[in-house]
Design a protein around this ligand. Structure first.
Ligand code: SAM
Ligand code: SF4
Length: 355
């Protein structure tokens, strides 16, 4: 297949693949595992889970090959997610391999932060630039109710470790569920007054076909509702210009605050028109849109060509073959989600895609 690249960057490198709707796709989100040390109610059940076996997961070398392929067609940003990405024993090696790929300018991670106490320094040294840490509550019992196995002290220790290691800027991802943590909306937003953090409220989305999807529908709170509560308690939210047009968050600042409050509103204000991402699942599928089931397998190609032994010829072949699969995946990205029509991802829960 012929890959259509668009020259645009000043250094002459390709500036990314364009999908069928003219969107430039240059951001790869890689799930490292579908396993997690927590069981947030809207994401994972506590029983009946079947995780991908170890040999189904892409190896560090295979992930590096996918990133080399992505960089060769103009991808510049990579985010690691999960499941919980820090559960991968080779997570530091993976970060180092990705950070060393020519063309990749930003390697970030979305994590629940628990393992950052042990890993933040090593991750930073390996080339991780920043982290988004998932904390839904300032209250230990509400946090444990919603994030189930989560212990507040562990999560906040992770935030402190990330800050100390220089994984900046710190962004906190907060999911609000009606009847669980609405009392946290104002205290979470208030954190931005004293801390140079971005506290981002993410609207609940239904994924999978189990109780988590129903929970996400039943407990949904719109970001407009959240903003009203914040303004009533803390004053007006002043909009900030987004430095990055494809930032899915709309960012604001509160009076006297050094940080920012962000709203990610995929349900009430879809931002599909600005989508610039491709997702890679831990078991080696390009997942074309978070809220659709469409996928294209890349693992079979990786394993057919072979990438593990570092032989230059083989890796070169693999990069080219994977770039062709990626181009096909980009070309097939759907125009956007169809939550309003009742369509959502059924085949995978959130922990098996990565958000
Ligand atoms: N375990 C890591 C974490 O929690 O940050 C990374 C994976 S998690 C799936 C990525 C993000 O998805 C988290 O910030 C979490 O808040 C968000 N998330 C999980 N389930 C969600 C849902 N049903 N709707 C909206 N956001 C969700
Ligand atoms: Fe784990 Fe993240 Fe899902 Fe919570 S949201 S269960 S921390 S993968």
């Amino acid at each position: 297949m012929t890959i259509t690249l668009h020259d645009g960057a000043r250094d002459g490198t390709p500036d990314g693949l364009h999908d069928g709707f003219g969107r430039r796709i240059d951001y790869l989100r890689i799930s490292l595992t579908d396993r997690c040390n927590l069981r947030c109610r809207y994401c994972m059940p506590t029983h009946g889970l079947a995780f991908a076996p170890d040999d189904a997961l892409l190896s560090a070398a295979e992930i590096e090959t996918v990133v080399r392929a992505a960089a060769s067609v103009g991808f510049r940003k990579v985010r690691l997610t999960g499941g919980e990405p820090t559960l991968r024993r080779d997570v530091v090696d993976i970060v180092g391999r990705i950070a060393a790929v020519p063309g990749i300018r930003d390697v970030s991670m979305t994590t629940n932060g628990i393992r950052l106490v042990a890993l933040a320094g090593e991750l930073k040294a390996a080339g991780l630039t920043r982290v988004n840490i998932h904390v839904d509550s300032v209250d230990p019992s509400r946090l444990a109710d919603l994030m189930r196995w989560g212990k507040a002290d562990d999560l906040w220790a992770g935030v402190a470790a990330a800050e100390a290691a220089g994984l900046l800027p710190i962004k906190l991802n907060c999911v609000v569920a009606r009847g669980y943590n609405e009392a946290d909306i104002v205290p979470l937003a208030r954190l931005t007054i004293e801390h140079d953090w971005t506290v981002r409220f993410i609207e609940l989305m239904p994924l999978g076909s189990g109780a988590e999807a129903q929970f996400s529908i039943d407990r949904y709170v719109s970001n407009a509702d959240i903003a009203v509560r914040i303004e009533a308690a803390l004053g007006p939210l002043t909009p900030l210009a987004n430095a990055d047009a494809s930032d899915e968050a709309r960012n604001f600042t509160l009076p006297g605050a050094c940080g920012r409050v962000g709203f990610i509103s995929p349900v009430s204000e879809p931002y599909c028109g600005n989508c610039n991402r491709m997702r890679l699942t831990a078991d080696g599928k390009f997942h074309l849109c978070l809220l659709h089931d469409d996928e294209i397998d890349v693992r079979a190609v990786l394993r057919e060509v072979g990438t593990g032994d570092g032989a230059v010829g083989e890796v070169g072949d693999a990069v080219e073959r994977v770039a062709a699969v990626l181009a096909r995946a980009v070309a097939m990205k759907p125009i956007g989600h169809a939550l309003a029509a009742g369509v959502h991802t059924e085949g995978r829960r959130m922990h098996a895609i990565g958000g």
